[in-house]
Design a protein around this ligand. Structure first.
Ligand code: C2E
Ligand code: MG
Ligand code: MG
Length: 712
């Protein structure tokens, strides 16, 4: 079998048309014969123009083209085929004379692929055509594959660089992402000239590492405006020899999302300040630095005074707006310290945080001594003293500030913060609107306070509270007409804790509302019990904290307690203190009138220690005035006190108020008060505050029989 006629070549060759162009019919015939014998399909044309027509018609795989032809010569026909998109790559063999170098050159410049010398070697022509065909197919495959690669690479978001060991950029392919890296210009052909210095260094070190140990390397970098930079991720992998492939992907969106998450996790949404978590990290860094430099760090706890009241009375939206204003002011106060404390301070470094509610905390770094912190606390107080304006309201928000210094007051963040908090509580305790620097003796007292506050929260549930009752005697009849209910806390470990200790605490932490309600209900039920048991009408005086007027509807609570106990409202007397007048008097008067109308009687307790002004007494619908026991205490020896007592009694009678003197301990005091017309007395002389059972034993049982107390 003819080796050129195997099945494979037949199948392959059959698909390929070979176009033979020659004006010599004999030659065409011979070529056709030789090629058809090798399994090719052959079409022929007798001149250049016919060749163009046949080319369009048959799309030949190879063209054999004679040079000299009528109508259109071979060069011209070749040029025109090349000009066609389909003909651009078709192999064209120009048939020329072997010696005719001039023709060969012309053939190449007309776009011929190769030339076939005359006289034609008939035994080789089919091999020659097959070779050209194979080369053309390989070239075609390569082009297809390249086109695919190009399409792939063009669709890739990543930007590719081929970079040599010395940093020369050998190749660049832009990615499709929005903020792709720009193509290196002519004067930027190394990474040092193409990239900013810090980024170039990051790339170089990775490239060296990849070339040295062959393992891929990664890093992130950013370019562009520092305020709104583009973020990129760089991956460098080994390529050929001393080349590396750098794949750069833009990750700005991902970074921004990460930042948003970070913001949520580490920043307070209301004020935009760092939260507790971030603050602790920053404080820890500040402490480390101070330890290295031998400097001090101050932690400032800033707590707004009476903020709860703003929130309660004006609403949370209002409260939020106030907190934002305060946060801005505090931030300004602390930042403006840069020039004094840290000329090299990085502006983005955070120094103020909101720990929650109305609690802010600030870090001052690189201090020489405590005096440096004093200036800042003073500035904060001055700044906060300026009235806050919001929606037409204007008011002053003062603050209590506690300061603790590293390393003096604590060497770790927990101790430092705890002690700053302790100092802040001391500032509050000292009457608010003040600053306290931590001192060692504080912690015990404050810790104690904290413990008490916690204990008090559970005291109600654990049944540790009890009411004691102190008798009040009517001066004229010398009969017991009533009792004052006084709260007692039997602490499981500390024993009895006096109300002077825990009532202010309860007022501060808001527990006074449930506590006060408990006292009211308990006292009203006691009145009911005594009525039922002894058939006697005992007036019950109950102390009401001014705070209760704020955090609850006092009138509602009192009348409900009376109703639930089933007693006459006239059995109850409420003891108010003068601090009540620090609140909105018109509102207070309204509440008191409501109670008064229902039959409840009202007393002003501890009179003489507060405002002591007649004008307010006239405004309030009072029944009774209780002279503070400090005026009664040494009546006998202190002429001033005696005179004050006499004046108070006279004035009260003038206003048609009953007068009760408290703290009467001696007979002499009693006599003097009687001589001045005092209506009732209360004090150790008559009886100390005792339990309900004891009152029953000492007063009520005998009174019931001797009718020392009025019958119901
Ligand atoms: P207060 O209302 O002025 O009560 C009278 C205080 O004087 C009581 O102190 C009582 O034990 C004390 N006292 C009475 N007679 C004498 C005396 O002859 N000599 C001396 N040295 N003291 C006498 P206590 O029980 O320690 O209560 C202190 C304060 O705690 C009360 O003063 C009252 O303001 C407050 N308090 C007590 N219970 C309650 C309560 O249930 N609610 C409220 N909001 N405050 C209460
Ligand atoms: Mg009282
Ligand atoms: Mg009193």
């Amino acid at each position: 079998m003819d080796p050129e006629l195997n099945v494979e070549t037949m199948v392959n060759n059959q698909q390929d048309v070979i176009l033979v162009v020659d004006d010599d019919p004999t030659l065409r015939l011979l070529v056709r014969a030789a090629l058809e014998k090798a399994g090719f399909r052959v079409e022929d044309a007798e001149d250049g123009e016919a060749a163009l027509r046949m080319f369009i018609k048959h799309q030949p795989a190879v063209i054999l083209m004679d040079v000299d032809m009528p109508k259109l010569n071979g060069y011209e026909a070749c040029k025109r085929i090349r000009a066609d998109a389909v003909g651009a790559h078709v192999p064209i063999l120009m048939v020329t004379g072997l010696e005719d170098i001039e023709s060969v050159n012309r053939a190449y410049s007309a776009g011929a692929t190769d030339f076939l010398p005359k006289p034609i070697n008939w035994s080789l022509i089919s091999h020659r055509v097959r070779y050209v065909l194979r080369a053309s197919r390989t070239y075609q495959d390569l082009r297809t594959s390249e086109a695919k690669n190009d399409a792939l690479l063009n669709a890739m978001p990543d930007t590719l660089f081929v970079i040599r060991r010395d940093g020369t950029i050998m190749n660049f392919l832009a990615g499709s992402e929005a903020a792709t890296m720009p193509e290196p210009r002519g004067d930027q052909l190394t990474i040092d000239t193409y990239l900013p210095k810090d980024v170039a260094e990051c790339w170089s070190s990775r490239i060296r590492a990849v070339i040295n140990d062959g393992r891929p390397q990664q890093c992130e970098f950013q370019l562009g405006d520092a305020d709104a930079p583009y973020h990129y991720e760089l991956q460098i992998v080994p390529y050929l020899n001393d080349l590396t492939l750098a794949i750069v992907r833009e990750i700005t969106d991902r970074k921004r999302a990460e930042e948003a998450v970070h913001k949520l996790a580490y920043f307070d949404t209301l004020t935009g300040l760092p939260n507790r978590q971030l603050f602790q990290q920053q404080l820890s860094t500040a402490i480390k630095r101070a330890a290295e430099n031998g400097t001090k760090v101050a932690a400032l706890y800033v707590d707004l005074d009476n903020f709860k009241r703003i929130n309660d009375t004006l609403g949370h939206n209002f409260g939020d707006a106030v907190l934002q204003t305060i946060a801005e002011r505090l931030d300004r106060c602390i930042r403006s310290d840069d020039s004094v404390l840290r000329p090299d301070a990085d502006n983005t470094e955070l120094r103020l945080a909101r720990l929650g509610g109305d609690e802010f905390v600030a870090i001052l770094q690189d201090l020489e001594d405590a005096d440096d912190a004093v200036a800042v606390t003073e500035r904060i107080r001055t700044e906060l003293r300026r009235p806050v304006e919001h929606l037409g309201h204007e008011f002053v928000v003062t603050s209590s500030i506690g300061v603790a210094l590293y390393p003096d007051d604590g060497e770790d963040i927990d101790t430092l913060l705890k002690n700053a908090d302790v100092a802040m509580y001391q500032a509050k305790y000292a009457g608010r609107n003040s600053v306290r620097f931590y001192s060692g003796t504080m912690s015990l007292r404050s810790l104690e306070r904290l413990e008490l506050e916690n204990g008090l929260r559970y005291a109600l549930q654990r049944d540790e509270l009890e009411l004691h009752y102190q008798p009040q005697i009517d001066m004229a009849s010398e009969k017991m007409v009533g009792v004052e209910a006084l709260l007692r806390w039997k602490h499981p470990e500390r024993g009895n804790i006096p109300p002077s200790t825990f009532i202010p605490l309860a007022e501060e932490c808001g527990l006074i509302t449930p506590l006060g309600e408990w006292v009211l209900r308990r006292a009203c039920r006691q009145v009911r019990k005594w009525q039922e048991k002894f058939g006697l009408k005992i007036d019950m005086a109950v102390n009401i904290s001014s705070q209760q007027f704020f955090h609850s509807d006092v009138a509602e609570v009192v009348l409900q307690a009376i109703f639930d106990a089933g007693i006459a409202p006239t059995s109850l007397q409420l003891e108010l203190t003068e601090t009540i007048l620090m609140h909105d008097v018109a509102e207070i008067v309204q509440t008191l009138n409501k109670l008064k109308k229902a039959g409840v009687s009202l007393a002003m307790d501890d009179f003489g220690t507060g405002y002591s002004s007649l004008s307010y007494l006239q405004q309030l619908p009072l029944d009774t005035l209780k002279i503070d026991r400090s005026f009664v205490a040494d009546l006998e020896n202190n002429k001033g006190n005696a005179a004050i007592c006499a004046a108070i009694i006279a004035m009260a009678h003038n206003l048609e108020l009953d007068v009760v003197a408290e703290g009467v301990e001696t007979q002499a005091q009693l006599e003097y008060l009687r001589s001045q017309g005092c209506d009732k007395i209360q004090g150790f002389l008559i009886g100390k505050p005792v339990t309900a059972t004891e009152i029953e034993k000492t007063f009520l049982q005998t009174a019931a029989t001797e009718s020392k107390v009025d019958s119901v």
